[in-house]
Design a protein. Structure first.
Length: 153
């Protein structure tokens, strides 16, 4: 098995798991997710959980099935993993900097147009705009504004 990454799957027999291993009671987790989503939906609150906590497209899909409107990831690489697992509506929460990462974003957006990105600088917005223009693509962009200090009176 040299060179092959160990990847246990949901439903694997306990005796076959290597340690350490996270073991989750899926029925209980699904109940907890349903209860949480019911509380948000009762207040008309849309939920877009950050998927860095679950690090699993299988669990992300369970959150979506329960009512989440999409997911958040911090990096392009995390978005690549999630879309490979079937999660399409993602928000990349960290500004994408540098031509290699912008090229990867362009490749993602060509097949996954529901991906949204954040920009927090003029330079980042200009670089994103140039990459999108060269690829003849459009991106859904959210602006991260730093309004400075807020005085509390």
């Amino acid at each position: 098995m040299h060179g092959i990454m160990y990847q246990p799957k949901v439903g694997d027999v306990l005796d076959t798991l290597d340690t350490p291993a996270m073991i989750v009671d899926l029925a209980l987790m699904d109940e907890n997710i349903a209860s949480l989503m019911k509380r948000f939906q009762a207040r008309n609150i849309q939920v877009r959980p950050h998927l860095k906590t679950v690090k699993s497209s299988e669990l992300a899909l369970r959150l979506l099935a329960a009512g989440a409107i999409g997911g958040c990831v911090a990096k392009v690489s995390e978005a690549e993993v999630m879309v490979e697992g079937g999660v399409e509506d993602l928000l990349i929460t960290t500004e994408i900097v540098g031509k290699p990462k912008l090229a990867r974003l362009v490749a993602l957006l060509q097949n996954h147009p529901l991906i949204k990105v954040v920009v927090d600088s003029v330079a980042g917005a200009q670089a994103l705009n140039q990459a999108m223009g060269e690829a003849a693509l459009q991106a859904n962009v959210l602006l991260d504004l730093n309004v400075g200090r807020i005085a509390v009176v």
